[in-house]
Design a binder for this molecule. Structure first.
Ligand SMILES: NC(=O)c1ccc[n+]([C@@H]2O[C@H](COP(=O)([O-])OP(=O)(O)OC[C@H]3O[C@@H](n4cnc5c(N)ncnc54)[C@H](O)[C@@H]3O)[C@@H](O)[C@H]2O)c1
Length: 322
């Protein structure tokens, strides 16, 4: 009988102990292949308890990296800090870096990370938590379309993402910048499961950045199509839905990202429907498969640097005046 091979757990450093950090911690705690090495936050945060213990906590990433040799650094900090902290993690450690979405808040940050590629193997080490691409209803709909080439190309998409951030006031802008910065990247990364995005064709921001309306071109099964994306913080509750129209066949796929449900219909015929057992909180349902993929031998390309660079370029393109 052969002894099972002992694999050392991966040491994870968590940077930023705010709202989304709770989901990272919950999902990481489920995984026997990881241990929490340290946490970082300049704010006075309560002790982070992970599997009954409290790992060392630091006020800055530089100090933590002087003391630890993590395998993975997770950046769950305000969006405008991502590029700088990712560069620090790349240059001061050998760890892979999982950056919360969006990878960067502007094209300068993307160029800075690209320039580091010669020094720090950015393309092999930087991953972006495009978590909406892993949501169960997205997975279901992508699989459904893949098994039905007879339905033809996706010809039009409409997606509306609402978050109740109006209640958080200026704090929402300092954590997430704007609704387009925050939700736009979720919408774009989610759409990469269905179509090949080509360009941002229009963008109009409103309500001081708390709302946005944009159109994006895409290709599906060799044909061009267009997506309309609305995002807004002017609400008291979260609500996120997308509809995919396959105009040649008359099929429509409706996905509700809040309830994690979906259905496909053609005329008055229901073609397929998707629900869930109601037991898994939405963010855990996203991050569980995301971490499973990240920590596997072959992380999904949607997590990789090239996907983030493509999404960032579209996200930050200034559409030509039409
Ligand atoms: N809240 C969500 O539902 C959600 C979901 C997915 C992704 N995200 C992304 O995660 C990121 C964080 O969002 P959040 O909602 O957790 O924000 P948050 O403001 O609740 O938390 C951010 C934390 O980072 C800390 N921080 C600030 N600067 C730091 C630094 N230099 N080093 C270490 N820690 C630092 C802050 O003190 C705070 O505790 C954002 O980029 C956001 O787009 C958030």
């Amino acid at each position: 009988m052969t002894n099972p091979v002992h694999v050392e757990p991966k040491r994870v450093g968590l940077v930023g102990v705010g709202i989304i950090a709770d989901t990272h911690l919950a999902v990481l705690a489920e995984r026997p292949d990881v241990e929490l090495d340290f946490t970082v936050d300049p704010r006075a945060v309560g002790p982070v308890v992970f599997r009954g213990a409290t790992p060392p906590h630091y006020g800055g990433l530089a100090h933590a990296l002087d003391e630890h040799r993590p395998d993975l650094v997770v950046l769950a900090t305000p969006t405008e800090t991502h590029a700088e902290l990712a560069a620090m993690a790349l240059l001061r450690s050998t760890a892979r870096v999982l950056v919360e979405k969006p990878l960067v808040h502007d094209l300068v940050g993307l160029a800075m990370l690209r320039e580091l590629d010669g020094k720090a193997d950015v393309r092999a080490r930087v991953f972006t938590a495009h978590h909406f691409a892993f949501s169960p209803e997205v997975d279901w709909a992508a699989e459904l379309l893949a098994t039905h080439p007879d339905w033809g190309p996706v010809t039009a998409i409409t997606s509306a993402f609402y978050d109740p951030y109006v209640l958080r006031g200026p704090e929402a802008f300092s954590s997430y910048v704007s609704s387009w910065t925050d939700s736009g990247v979720n919408q774009l990364s989610m759409l990469t499961r269905f179509v090949d995005l080509t360009e941002l064709t229009s963008l109009r921001q409103a309500d001081g950045g708390a709302s946005a309306w944009c159109t994006v071109g895409f290709r599906s099964r060799g044909e061009a199509g267009s997506a309309r994306l609305l995002s807004s913080w002017l609400t008291g509750s979260s609500s996120k839905e997308s509809s995919l129209v396959l105009g040649r066949s008359g099929v429509e796929v409706w996905i509700d990202h809040t309830a994690m449900t979906g259905f496909a219909a053609r005329g008055d015929e229901l073609l397929a429907a998707f629900g869930n057992d109601g037991r898994t909180p939405r963010k855990v349902a996203h991050y569980r498969p995301l971490y499973a993929s990240l920590l596997s031998d072959r992380p999904d390309p949607v997590l990789g640097f090239d996907a983030a660079a493509t999404i960032t370029a579209i996200h930050h393109a200034v559409p030509e005046a039409r």
